[in-house]
Design a protein around this ligand. Sequence first.
Ligand code: ADP
Length: 295
Amino acid sequence: SIVVLGSTNMDLVAYVPRAPARGETVTGREFRTVPGGKGANQAVAAARAGAEVSLIGAVGADEFGARLRSALEHSGVDTDLLRTVEGPSGTAHIVVDDEGGNAIVVVPGANGTVTSLTHGDEALIGTADALLLQLELPLSVVVEGARTARGLGVRTVLTPAPARALPPELLAATDLLVPNEHEAAALTGHAEPHAAAQALLRFVPEVVITLGASGCLYATRGAEPVTVPAPRVRAVDTTAAGDTFVGALAVALAEGRPVPGALAWASAAAALSVQRAGASTSMPYRSEIEAAAGE
Ligand code: ADP
């Protein structure tokens, strides 16, 4: 099984011809509310890819919180350890312009209350094949989660997003680091992915750098790096492509697939998600991934 320690947000998305400048009002064309948050997105991706998945995190005691929880459950994510806390759920206020560019404000809300693990959380992590982590919860609990999993012999998979400097104790408890190319460059100062991967291998044993339409690069100590091309598809919405990739990759590795095959499987899942609008709503189910991967 897979445990995710991470964020849950309601994405509030306004589609506009162009983003407003300070003090300006523009009229949007459309508005949508979409369940999101990197933690929830990775949990949904892994559950749809066929694993037993639990999400540790928090939603607020508001309408968004109820909807976020039911959306997770609808995708098969166990929410027994998802707290409901006083105050608002996390929200992401997203403005998407006609060129597909976006500007985002994230208000953590309930996510900010997840500052430590309970005994129940620890017990669950101990039963998992992998713990998936991102950086949208307070850093203290991300570090605690990684160290707990490491201590219990559970594989830790960290998506270092949103980009920020990583404390050494977090890197020291990370088995697999999965940055996109921008995060990899921010972490290492190397814009070239192979160079960034080699730099990251000084801190973690395995790295996958996702490269958008160019696929991904896998590197581990003492072996030649592996590049896996992305399937050529017509992308209409790449939101949460990375979260879909990580969720599916964790499932494939938990099932014991060797690395190249696991990467191809995750790439097939991510490629399916970019061909449909929406974030978690666009994530593929196992049968679709299998069909796309030629199984
Ligand atoms: P993020 O969404 O975190 O920015 P990327 O843009 O690197 O991450 O995308 C993650 C993965 O999603 C890629 O490694 C690739 O497998 C897949 N992907 C993203 N964009 C495309 C695309 N245009 N065509 C096919 N696959 C894509």
